[in-house]
Design a binder for this molecule. Structure first.
Ligand SMILES: [Zn+2]
Length: 150
């Protein structure tokens, strides 16, 4: 079902998040890796949350993770979401460690804590938003860092 998405809000990149959103446009979910202590973090920040150094590198996530928790939204945040409800909002523990929040594509009654999910991207107003779907339902959408290197 095609839905009108132009009135939904879209993220506005900041200096800290600009590289992340550029990665999303290329099908990459970029995580910050600390070059000093190896910590992996999301969301993007100017320094490592473990050792407070600023030498961070961007690397693409593999795209897999497990549902940590979820809720089912029956009343959206605005009229643009009226045709989406009910939808599921999930906290996902990525295989690399960071926990993210995303919308889950698929039937709400099929969610279980620990369910395997995969990232994909939904284009909205020129921005590619990370979303997740059940791993069993996904086709391979994300690229790896190696594939994206020219
Ligand atoms: Zn660090």
């Amino acid at each position: 079902m095609q839905q009108e998405t132009s009135t939904k809000p879209v993220p506005v990149p900041t200096p800290e998040t600009e590289a992340f959103w550029e990665g999303c446009a290329q099908g990459l979910f970029l995580l910050q890796h600390c070059d000093h202590c190896g910590h992996v973090q999301f969301y993007p920040r100017p320094l490592c949350t473990q050792c407070h150094r600023t030498d961070l590198s961007w690397r693409a996530a593999g795209g897999g993770g497990r549902v940590h928790s979820y809720t089912v939204v029956y009343r959206g945040p605005g009229p643009a979401f009226d045709t989406d409800v009910p939808y599921s909002l999930v906290l996902v523990d990525l295989d690399e460690g960071p926990r993210i929040m995303a919308n889950l594509r698929g039937a709400s009654e099929d969610i279980e804590i620990g369910s395997r999910v995969r990232l994909y991207f939904e284009e909205r107003g020129g921005v590619h938003l990370p979303q997740v779907e059940f791993e069993s339902a996904s086709s391979r959408i994300l690229k790896t860092s190696e594939e994206s290197t020219p």
